[in-house]
Design a protein around this ligand. Structure first.
Ligand SMILES: Cc1cc2nc3c(=O)[nH]c(=O)nc-3n(C[C@H](O)[C@H](O)[C@H](O)COP(=O)(O)O)c2cc1C
Length: 396
């Protein structure tokens, strides 16, 4: 199929020189397919093979940890000297088939680290219903850039072709940016300059570690969507301040995964959520921009790219529903069919999509979208089973 859709399939050369073969990227998702010991689990390789052959330019593995005490879930990958190199190599070989990029999202879940296996920590202590964390010490903060840089090197050595620094959705680096969660009075809190000090240090350390020719992307919130949180004016200032910091792509998202808060993957409205923001961001940076959230149809993707504001479109849920969507869009333009959920329980939609990834990985049908409680139960039961494996592997 040719015509307006051609814009989806033009290659993009990133500032580091790497080439994305088209403009469609599988957004970072915590696929919960690790084996509970921080290594790739059965099926994970098959899922990334599926996305690679389905035609995405890049797929980003969500929440890859360097330190097991910062994990978001017991299904996260942990890159360490003890990693199962053969399994990681199989994953990256499958995920990079057909010139597809496979990037690791460098995670630190901060206050949202999974309490049974991790140590929730944030810029400031929190004691909220369902969310408590300790305040990070200065030594812990100062150690983080080197930890994430070492994780980036391990990712590169394992065959990942790029990394993404996660500073969105209420995880650690976005907590540092947010005046609501960062109440520090030292050099790491207060002014925006201070709140972004850690992010700058992480970007500098990761870039120095991987060298100039390896893709380093950033996922950033346009807004936390919380009163008193990180808001659009500051997000634009961060984007402007990071021009020249060595980034290859800024992936624009928004919202938080705090209990009760609005998260991008639970939203049901259609049409890109952050396109207006991206237009304003375009005026403040020369770094390529990726638009994330709410892109559901081929027409949405084309319209976003045609604004000239964004260079790449990110797709998360659509690529669970239709892992070969780029190839389909190239062939006949058919869109993914999104389920309608009635009265979803909190976290139910994310649980359902997560279990759909498992079903895809295992090549079997998933849970009915009419039965979100079943998805939530299966998701929670699997996490509980993996917590035991995680403790054996990593202690705690
Ligand atoms: C099951 C699931 C897991 C996700 N995990 C992550 C993650 O680990 N890191 C991240 O940055 N975003 C994560 N997201 C958010 C997506 O990357 C994306 O920002 C969001 O789903 C909106 O995009 P969409 O409208 O295309 O789904 C996740 C989304 C889903 C559905």
């Amino acid at each position: 199929m040719t015509g307006a859709g051609d814009i989806l399939f033009r290659p993009l050369t990133l500032p580091c020189g790497a080439v994305l073969k088209n403009r469609l990227v599988k957004s970072a998702m915590s696929d919960s397919l690790g084996d509970g010991r921080g290594d790739p689990g059965p099926g994970q390789t098959a899922l990334y093979a599926r996305w690679a052959t389905g035609g995405v330019a890049a797929a980003i593995v969500g929440e890859v940890q360097g330190d097991p005490s910062t994990a978001e879930k017991p299904g996260n990958l942990v890159l360490s000297a003890r990693s199962n190199t053969a399994a990681l190599r199989a994953l990256t070989a499958a995920g990079t088939a057909q010139d597809t990029h496979l990037w690791a999202q460098l995670g630190h879940a901060g206050a949202m680290a999974h309490p049974p296996i991790s140590r929730p920590r944030g810029p400031s202590a929190l004691d909220l219903p369902g969310l408590t964390c300790a305040e990070m010490t200065v030594a812990e903060i100062e150690a983080l850039p080197a930890t994430l840089a070492a994780t980036a090197i391990r990712a590169r050595d394992a065959g990942f072709t790029g990394v993404q620094i996660h500073a969105a959705h209420g995880f650690l680096l976005s907590q540092f940016l947010s005046p609501l969660f960062n109440r520090r009075t030292d050099a790491w809190g207060g002014s925006l300059d201070n709140r972004m000090r850690l992010l700058r240090a992480v970007i500098a350390a990761v870039r120095a570690a991987v060298g100039p020719a390896f893709p380093v992307a950033l996922k950033l919130n346009a807004t936390d969507q919380l009163d008193g949180g990180f808001a659009e004016a500051e997000a634009l200032d961060v984007i402007a301040a990071l021009d020249g910091a060595g980034l290859d792509l800024i992936d624009i998202s928004g919202g938080t995964y705090f209990p009760g808060a609005a998260s991008a993957s639970d939203r049901v409205s259609s049409g890109p959520y952050f396109l207006d923001f991206a237009r304003r961001a375009r005026a403040r940076t020369t770094v390529p921009l990726m638009l994330n959230g709410g892109v559901k149809t081929r027409a949405d993707a084309i319209a976003a790219l045609e604004t000239g504001a964004v260079d790449v479109v990110g797709l998360a849920r659509a690529l669970i529903l239709a892992p070969d969507l780029p190839e389909t869009w190239r062939r006949d333009g058919r869109d993914a069919a999104f389920p309608r959920f009635t009265a979803p329980p909190e976290g139910g939609i994310t649980a359902w999509y997560t279990m759909e990834m498992t079903a895809l990985a295992e090549g079997r049908p998933g849970v009915s979208p009419d039965d979100l409680p079943a998805a939530v139960t299966a998701y929670a039961a699997r996490d509980r089973a993996r917590e035991a494996l995680w403790r054996i592997r990593f202690g705690g």
